[in-house]
Design a protein around this ligand. Structure first.
Ligand code: NCD
Ligand code: ZN
Ligand code: ZN
Length: 345
């Protein structure tokens, strides 16, 4: 018996497309399966102004493969100097869908992020007024805080105070990695949602560290212990509309991953849907997959569900390349270390 699953076409609510040769290489891997994606602004230099976002959007559209139907949903990178009028104009014009908060130094290309959260309060208040959501990389950067605790401490020290000060602000906790993240979302139903990545549903920290260090599993927030992975799996497969897919597919050249100081990020876009079907099947929750990939995200962002569909078929073990050429470099694909049987047809 052939097992097939037809879903409304998925969207990716957290994606890194980069620029130049890397953009050209990775964009088709997303447009093949996804109709829209929230595009992260952490370029070097970052996408800070509406003019930056317009220019980046044009470069993405110019790089689209022939015939691709794909809408990049642009974001601005919040800094302590962000001009609220420029932001509001970009939002009113439909140029941007959200604004991204990186605590300074928390992750890849976040040096221009926010150090003093009080300084951005007026911008956050303006965003609440105009209904522009805030996407958050939720980790503290305090050296004294253990890397495995940085998400939980961020919730207490930064996120919860912000949400109390600006209660009308819509917030997306991106790539949550802990039970604490899941529980915070569940306990705070108003204007709060979370995205979950492929790698955090499939892996725990043992997969990255036991028997040798696997740089292609190193991403931020870092993989946590198994009980956290299981809490994420339970949230993603529960049907709760506050949890939805943000792959956080984050390509880096292979030489930057396989390095003395390895770059953070997993390039999951090419096999993201095969991985998710695998996880949802393991959890006996294939009937909840469409909500996670295609329905909950649009509902939270107030956008229509895609009218096209995508079909997954279960068959022989999926074969996929180890890497992809990107200009003079290559990018290594995420390999979950287990055979995948779901094919996008
Ligand atoms: C992302 C990147 O490479 O831009 N890396 C990652 O490990 N997730 C940045 C981010 O999303 O934090
Ligand atoms: Zn991040
Ligand atoms: Zn990311």
């Amino acid at each position: 018996m052939t097992l097939t699953l037809t879903l409304a076409r998925p969207d990716d609510w957290h994606l890194h497309l980069r620029d130049g040769a890397m953009l050209a290489a990775v964009l088709p891997e997303t447009t093949r399966h996804f109709a829209r994606a929230i595009v992260m602004p952490n370029l070097v230099p970052p996408v800070i102004t509406s003019a930056d976002a317009a220019a980046y959007r044009s470069r993405i559209l110019a790089a689209l493969p022939e015939g691709a139907e794909f809408t990049p949903l642009m974001t601005l990178y919040l800094t302590e100097e962000t001009d609220p009028d420029d932001l509001a104009a970009a939002h009113a014009a439909g140029l941007i869908t959200a604004v991204k908060l990186y605590p300074a130094g928390a992750t890849t290309n976040s040096a221009s992020g926010v150090q003093n959260f009080d300084k951005v309060r007026p911008v956050l208040e303006r965003m609440a007024e105009i209904g522009c959501p805030l996407c958050v990389h939720g980790e503290v950067t305090d050296r004294a805080i253990d890397i495995f605790d940085r998400e939980a401490v961020f919730i207490d020290r930064i996120l919860d105070p912000i949400r109390r000060q600006v209660p009308e602000l819509k917030v997306i906790m991106e790539h949550i990695t802990t039970r604490d993240g899941v529980e915070y979302v569940k306990a705070n139903p108003a204007r709060l949602a979370a995205t979950i990545t492929v790698q955090h549903l499939m892996l725990e920290r043992n997969d990255m560290l036991v028997g040798g260090m696997r740089p292609h599993y190193y991403c931020l927030p870092i993989l946590k212990r198994r009980e956290h992975r299981d809490a994420l799996r339970a949230a993603a497969t529960s049907g709760d509309a506050r949890f939805f897919l943000g792959t956080d597919s984050a390509p880096h050249p292979t030489h930057a991953k396989e390095a003395e100081c390895c770059a953070a990020g997993c390039f999951t876009a090419p096999i993201a849907l095969s991985c998710l079907a695998h996880v949802f099947e393991e959890e006996n929750a294939l009937n909840k997959l469409e909500g996670f990939t295609s329905l909950h995200g649009p509902a939270f962002y107030g956008l229509p569900v895609n009218s096209e569909t995508l079909t997954l078929t279960k068959g022989a073990a999926l074969s996929y390349p180890k890497s992809l050429a990107a200009g003079a470099h290559s990018v290594t694909l995420f390999d979950p270390g287990t055979p995948l049987h779901w094919h996008v047809s």
